[in-house]
Design a protein around this ligand. Structure first.
Ligand code: ZNH
Length: 145
């Protein structure tokens, strides 16, 4: 459950997110920081260096898609679990993504937003955004049970 203040914080931070570029950077960081995650993206071509990932059009498009789903969740804060139910099932039953990686991607997104927003991303803002990431990870992991 969310307070009005938490909702306002999440909305104002998210209004500054760039689905395309921040998505590319977050997914790109995941692929470099946790290289074993590259194996899920066998059709994406060369992911072996930071430069290759930064220039990879498929990573770019997929990062935008992932942030689009997060955007949708943010627009349904009171119903994140339902909103992501089908996507969770798809990751569990078709894509076989280890749900540990959802948290890792959430952490990458926080790093991307923090470095972009600087002083504006205060500890209090971070705490609220972490709460959202936890709800997101929880919802995406739900279809595994
Ligand atoms: Zn995921 C897909 C979301 C995480 C892997 N995804 C996907 C999609 C979406 C998403 C929306 C699309 C679907 C359709 O179209 O049908 N994800 C998401 C989100 C998140 C995620 C929101 C957060 C966190 N994923 C993830 C991770 C991984 C993944 C972490 C690994 C590592 N996904 C994936 C894959 C896919 C997907 C592999 C498929 C791709 C292609 O294209 O094929």
């Amino acid at each position: 459950h969310w307070t009005a203040e938490e909702k306002a914080t999440i909305a104002s931070i998210w209004a500054k997110a760039d689905l395309e570029n921040d998505g590319h950077e977050a997914l790109g960081r995941l692929l470099i920081v946790y290289p074993w995650t590259q194996r899920y993206f066998g059709t994406f071509g060369n992911l072996s260096t930071a430069a290759a990932v930064a220039g990879n059009a498929k990573v770019h498009a997929h990062g935008k898609k992932v942030l689009g789903a997060i955007d949708n969740a943010i627009h349904h804060l009171d119903n994140v679990k339902q909103t992501l139910a089908a996507l969770s099932k798809q990751h569990a039953d078709e894509l076989y993504v280890d749900p540990e990686n959802f948290k890792r991607l959430g952490d990458m997104l926080i790093i991307v937003l923090a470095s972009k927003l600087g002083a504006e991303f205060t500890p209090k803002v971070q705490a609220t955004f972490e709460k959202f990431i936890n709800a997101l990870v929880d919802a995406l992991s739900h279809g595994y049970y």
